[in-house]
Write a protein that binds this ligand. Sequence first.
Ligand code: 4NP
Length: 159
Amino acid sequence: MTANSSHSVLFVCLGNICRSPLAEAVFRSKAQQAGISASVDSAGIINYHAGKRPDPRVLEVGQNNGYSFENSYSRQVVTADFNNFDYIFAMDTDNLEALISLRPKASPAQVGLFLSLVEHCDESEVPDPYYGGIDGFKHTLQLIEQASEALVEYLREPK
Ligand code: 4NP
């Protein structure tokens, strides 16, 4: 893999209306700014919110910080994702365990925790902000920005 190759990245959380659509929007923006070609998507472990737009608090915090959520609608993870994406990043360990149990044995995708990319991070998971206030969403955005920047740097390096 070289810095010029195209990458495919899927972000996964529980409902695909808070953390993973935010990660999709942030990473897409940072990859574009860095000139990294990447196909980016997000999905949820559950299908409860399928077809829904991101949570209004995600839209507020994200758009206030310059991120775009055009064409962002919740969908559930499908088996084909494990063949279609090079990297699948889970927001927390419950999501990661669910992904590992869904993953076909022959899948070439690298599956891991998104925050594991950030060196010296105090947190290992992007906490679920759904049941809290707007400050939780701002904190979620900060963590996702750090991890997205780390992912951009990782993908810049020839492998
Ligand atoms: P997300 O947040 O996994 O970051 O999209 C959640 C959204 C909805 C629910 C849980 C978490 N829910 O239980 O409906």
